[in-house]
Design a protein around this ligand. Structure first.
Ligand SMILES: Cc1ncc(COP(=O)(O)O)c(C=O)c1O
Length: 451
């Protein structure tokens, strides 16, 4: 695989590579049809106002301090030594803080999450580690997990979020294959079956779940989590359970129910991930947290944080925590409805076009993704430029060839499901439903014309 600059893409995330190509094509040929970006997890709902206000207030307070300090600098009655002492005492510089985060932000976030998860026992603010986006949190978690159990398997459902299996992490995934499960959903039964396939003597480093699920859009739900918790309890107590809840705010209808709420007795094994990217429409500012109750694992995570980014930017910790505190069910409903309308529109249209997945029980209950079956494009000629980029030729026979062909010919970016672990010969792709109905209509029209 090649980047537009000619370099090999190596461990670059394949979805990001597709995105880089989409941007490149748009820049190279601006007069052509507008590129439709429906291949990356791009939020488009309005930025969370509480988050922006909290960040603005933080900087405003600092600016006021700076203004006071500037007055001292220009004061001719003060000696240089006196000025020096005054400036140092005004604390108008931004200091380093603790790797876990600033205490005030941890306290606010702990309070917000105690409420979010309806917990009887308040979350200890120390259990929260702020990070620079969910991706960097996952990177640290994988580092710690693999250090604790070198070579150990990470049990995770497939399809999966591609970052889980990026070669740079040196993870050893053991997949719970959902491709033949009803609705392509995670169930306790599928987990049980998959555990039986783990070879004797093979160590398990962690369990890793993504709920609400990217890419399939299922939400595990209370009853299934209960059953899954029972299976997890049959495994060794020292195996961490990572739950990626990056889409926690984006469930259609009822609020999301976490494994933490259903089985608080497992909390010492849990590492929960939350992010401001999707729920607060702030992907570019990189805000996330890890919630880890286990002191030993937390220490490892803090050590990893301290040699990575030291700590997350203070303004963003405060902004994220304050926004979480101010987040209400009403706000969540408005946000999730915005995406639900788009998801339902795309699903309806795909059905009409005969591009829906074969299992009629496939349902998107959260996130903003819909998976489509584009295998009808198999057998058509691979455009020349595509053949050059992805090193292939002849006729389309994989989902990646479908995606790149649509990118170059029809200027639409949608992601092949093989990037998420699916069989490339199925011809499945993931469509991000966030560009608005008009743009999604245009995307589906272009697809229809191509078919
Ligand atoms: C399942 C999942 N986890 C984590 C992330 C990381 O999000 P961010 O780094 O923007 O917080 C994403 C982003 O798309 C995701 O889809």
């Amino acid at each position: 695989m090649r980047k537009p600059n000619g370099f090999s893409s190596k461990t670059l995330d394949p979805v990001l590579l597709l995105y880089i190509w989409a941007h490149y094509l748009q820049e190279q040929q601006p007069s052509e049809k507008k590129m439709i970006y429906a291949g990356i997890g791009k939020p488009s709902y309005l930025l969370n106002e509480d988050l922006a206000l909290a960040a603005t207030n933080y900087w405003q307070e600092l600016l006021e301090k700076v203004a006071q300090t500037k007055k001292l600098i220009t004061d001719t009655t003060l000696s240089p030594e006196e000025k020096c002492n005054w400036i140092a005492s005004t604390s108008s510089a931004i200091d380093y803080d603790m790797p876990s985060g600033v205490q005030k932000a941890q306290e606010m976030m702990a309070q917000a999450l105690t409420k979010w998860y309806s917990l009887q026992e308040p979350i200890d603010p120390c259990s929260i580690i702020f990070s620079v986006g969910g991706v960097s949190a996952l990177n640290l978690v994988f580092g710690v997990i693999n250090q604790r159990t070198p070579g150990g398997k990470i049990i995770t459902p497939s399809p999966y979020y591609p970052f889980y299996n990026n070669a740079a992490h040196h993870n050893h995934p053991h997949f719970i294959d959902l491709s033949n499960e009803p609705g392509y959903r995670l169930t306790a039964e599928a987990l049980k079956r998959s555990l039986k396939q783990v070879q004797e003597g093979q160590k398990i480093a962690a369990f890793l779940f993504c709920d609400p699920n990217n890419p399939m859009g299922y939400v595990v739900g209370k009853n299934e989590w209960k059953a899954i918790a029972e299976v997890l309890k049959t495994t060794s107590k020292d195996i961490p359970i990572i739950v990626d809840e990056a889409y926690a705010e984006l469930t259609f209808g009822k609020k999301h129910i976490s494994l933490l709420e259903v089985a608080p007795e497992l909390k010492d094994r849990l590492i929960l991930l939350r992010s401001a990217t999707k729920g607060f429409s702030a992907s570019g500012e990189r805000m996330a947290i890890m919630l880890c109750f286990n002191e030993e694992i937390r220490e490892d995570l803090l050590n990893a944080t301290s040699i990575s980014y030291v700590h997350a930017p203070i303004s963003l910790q405060i902004a994220y925590a304050q926004a979480m505190l101010a987040f209400t069910e009403k706000k969540r409903e408005a946000l999730s409805q915005y995406y639900q309308i788009q998801v339902e529109y795309v699903q309806k249209r795909l059905k009409k076009m005969n591009l829906a997945l074969p299992d009629p029980s496939y349902a998107v209950e959260g996130t903003f993704y819909v998976v489509a079956n584009l295998s009808r494009l198999f057998g058509t000629k691979i455009p020349e430029r595509v053949a050059d980029v992805i090193d292939t030729k002849g006729v389309i026979s994989t989902d990646q060839e479908i995606s790149y062909a649509l990118l170059f010919q029809d200027r639409m970016m949608i992601s092949p499901l093989s990037f998420f672990g699916a069989n490339p010969q199925l011809g499945y792709v993931r469509i991000t439903c966030s560009g608005g109905i008009a743009e999604l209509t245009e995307l589906l029209d272009r697809l229809e014309a191509r078919l």
